[in-house]
Structures are given as structure tokens and as C-alpha cells.
Design a protein around this ligand. Structure first.
Ligand code: FES
Ligand SMILES: [Fe+2]
Length: 394
């Protein structure tokens, strides 16, 4: 029996989606539309993003406030890499958390250590990754203790946030974000106190969460009792975007009381608005007058996302009522977002969904910016001959 099978269903789906992104580059703003569902559900497309975005770009993995003193560390996974983020005297290093012996992680969770001892056979590493001890092992043709170390990844601290670039190919991050500085400098983010951090897994595609954090369209309908009374949808405004970021301002409802304590440098407008930025592809941060809320987002599977989120602020006591009440507030509206995004992911599995139009700039211009970033980075004209397939007829 004659049977014609696609050459490689996964590869052809990635090619089709990249061609869709390429075509979106030419779509005028007034015809802006959402991405096809497969961008959010395809395992093969996620594999492509892991290689093409998460290994090549600057990815935020946490805040320096989590490791204030030498020997403090935390670990994380990022697209299959095990990372060990450690403060070595005044330097923050991002090391490979994989033992040079037989590959076990050398540290777990977070904590404080003078050195790292692999639990499997006791190989021991200094805070800078140098091998200090390898019991019973002698130098040989392919191994020298003196030159053995945990590999170190390229990293950069921007405004207190730790970014890693796994393949070392990205240029410096800070210059690409300098156009955003006038909009955030008065909050003095790098001087804020580290007050709270938590990790969560939500059942949604990582892009759904980035887009959700970055658009004000849903503030009034979804957050009718939490955020709408503070920052209603109709008062949102788009901020200028750049090659590697986008942002918007959510102005306060006139009846919303001031939110303090805030930095004396804040302008009257900054005292009565929140400013949200996305550093592409997956770091989002909201500067409120009194606190800053951030999310370091990493894909786990096509329909699940790992989130490290936290709060910094002018206040310096994590246990103070004003901090506890803000963290409680964040948990409340994040629970609303989570519920909505997990529902959204179910909807995106439907074959009948056709991408709808995006709202105007002040509410969904940021989503269009994110899509255009994807289109710039990942879009590719489809060069495959039409109908390319393997013919299995004998
Ligand atoms: S795998 Fe780490 S000491 Fe053997
Ligand atoms: Fe939300």
C-alpha cells in the first residue's frame, strides 16, 4: 500500500511556525493578531526555543539579594543545564552544577557553604569552581587536578538581577537596555532591599505568562477586585520599546490612595503609576512606587513554566506589616493570573482556535512587541520545497 509520511513531523512544524513568524514581520500594526496555538503547545517548537532563545540570549535566573554574602548560593535548572549561582567574595558566579567526576550535581537547593562537596564520591570545589580535592584520583593523561574546575557561564548583573548567557554568544546586556533607564532610574532598583522570593510551577506555556505580565488589557476584567481598583485597564499607556525590551505604564485610579514608602526621587507621575518591563525573552518586572515585583521565567515543558518571583523595595524589614501585606496582595492577583493562564492553556489545545486581533497599543501593544521580537529572532522564510515528504511507496 502506498503511504506518504511527512519527512519529520516535528521539524516541519517548527519550519511552518518559523515561516509564520517571518510573515508576521510584514503585518502592519493595525492588523496585529495573536500567535497560532501551536506556538504555545508544540513540544518540537519548545525544543527549538530552548536552543535558539534560552541558550543564546541573556536569561534572568534570580536576584543578587538572595546571595548577599560570600559562600551564599542557590541552584536552578535552565533548559537542561544545572546551574550553581554563588557569591565568591564580591563576585557573583554562575557555575555548572555538574561534578567533573561522573556528573552528579554538586549542590542542592540554596544555602551557605565554604566549599562544595559532591555527595557522591566527595570531590570538592572552591567557591570559584576550582577543584580542591578528588579522593584517590591521580593526575593522568587526560586529567589534571590543577586545571579541573566547574565550568563558568557568562553572566551579567543588571539592576540587581542575575542574567546568564549559556552559549556565551550574546553581547553585553546593559547597553541594549539603556533606553529604558530614564523610566526606571528613579526607583533605584539596584539599591532596593531583597524582601521575598518564591518558586512556582504553573501549567501554562512560558510565553503566555510573559505576555500576561506585560499587558494591561486583562487588569480590569480578570483582576476586578485586586488590581482594577488600583490600575484599571483604561488608564494604561504604552512606553517606548527597544530591540531587547518592551514596557508599559499602568496609571493609578484617581481615587486610589498613594502607595508608600517610596523613593524621594519619584516624580508625581511615578508616585501614581506602576511601570512594567520585559527584558526579552523571559524576564518581567513591575516597578511600583513602594515595591518591585519580578519574575524570572523558564520553560519546563510546552505547557508548564518554572517561575522564580520576588519582591524588593525601599522597606528593609521583610517581616514588617507593609511588606507582608504587599506579598499577600501579589499572591492574590498571581493566583488569579495562574487560574486564567491554566485555563488558557486548555483553550490553546483546541484545533478550532484561530488567532484573534490584538487590542490597541495602550493595552496590548506590548504583546505585539513581544511577537515582533520573536519574529525578528526566530522568523525564517520557508525554504522547503512545497509538499516535501518521504515517499514510502515500493
Ligand atoms: S560524581 Fe561527584 S564525586 Fe563522583
Ligand atoms: Fe494579571
Amino acid at each position: 500500500m502506498a503511504e506518504v509520511l511527512p519527512q519529520d513531523a516535528g521539524a516541519s512544524e517548527v519550519r511552518r511556525l518559523r515561516a509564520e513568524l517571518f510573515a508576521l514581520r510584514q503585518v502592519p500594526r493595525e492588523e496585529a493578531r495573536a500567535l497560532s496555538a501551536a506556538f504555545y503547545t508544540s513540544r518540537e517548537y519548545l525544543d527549538f526555543e530552548r536552543q535558539a532563545l534560552f541558550r543564546t540570549q541573556w536569561i534572568c535566573i534570580g536576584h543578587v539579594g538572595a546571595i548577599p554574602t560570600a559562600g551564599d548560593y542557590f541552584t536552578t535548572e535552565l533548559v537542561g543545564e544545572q546551574l550553581l549561582i554563588v557569591r565568591d567574595s564580591s563576585t557573583v558566579r554562575v557555575l555548572s552544577n555538574v561534578c567533573r567526576h561522573r556528573g552528579s550535581p554538586v549542590a542542592q537547593g540554596a544555602g551557605h557553604a565554604p566549599r562544595f562537596v559532591c555527595s557522591y564520591h566527595g570531590w570538592t570545589y572552591a567557591l570559584d569552581g576550582r577543584l580542591l580535592a578528588a579522593p584517590l584520583i591521580q593526575d593522568g593523561k587526560h586529567f589534571s587536578k590543577a586545571s579541573c574546575r566547574l565550568p563558568q557561564f557568562a553572566s551579567e548583573i543588571w539592576q540587581g538581577y542575575i542574567f546568564v548567557n549559556l552559549d556565551g554568544s550574546a553581547g553585553p546586556l546593559a547597553p541594549t537596555l539603556s533606553p529604558a533607564i530614564p523610566f526606571i532610574k528613579n526607583y533605584h532598583p539596584a539599591d532596593q532591599h531583597f524582601l521575598f522570593e518564591a518558586q512556582e510551577v504553573w501549567q501554562t506555556n512560558w510565553k503566555c505568562l510573559v505576555e500576561n505580565f506585560m499587558e494591561g488589557y486583562h487588569l480590569s476584567p480578570l483582576h476586578s477586585k485586586t488590581l482594577h481598583p488600583v490600575t484599571p485597564t483604561k488608564l494604561c499607556e504604552k512606553l517606548p520599546d527597544g530591540d531587547s525590551f518592551t514596557g508599559y505604564r499602568a496609571n493609578f485610579h484617581p481615587e486610589c490612595p498613594e502607595r508608600g514608602p517610596y523613593h524621594a526621587d519619584l516624580t508625581p507621575q511615578e508616585r501614581r503609576s506602576d511601570v512594567f518591563y520585559c527584558v526579552y525573552p523571559s524576564f518581567v518586572v513591575g516597578f511600583c512606587p513602594h515595591f518591585t515585583l519580578y519574575m524570572c521565567i523558564r520553560p519546563l515543558t510546552a505547557d508548564s513554566v518554572g517561575i522564580r518571583w520576588g519582591v524588593t523595595g525601599i522597606a528593609d524589614d521583610p517581616g514588617s506589616p507593609v511588606v507582608e501585606s504587599y506579598v499577600r496582595f501579589c499572591k492574590e492577583f498571581c493566583a488569579e493570573d495562574r487560574m486564567q493562564l491554566e485555563r488558557l492553556q486548555c483553550g490553546l489545545n483546541s484545533l478550532s482556535y484561530v488567532p484573534g486581533p490584538l487590542g490597541p497599543d495602550h493595552v496590548e501593544g506590548t504583546v505585539w512587541d513581544i511577537i515582533q521580537y520573536m519574529a525578528r529572532r526566530l522568523g525564517q522564510a520557508d525554504s522547503a520545497p512545497p509538499g516535501a515528504s518521504i515517499d514510502l511507496r515500493d
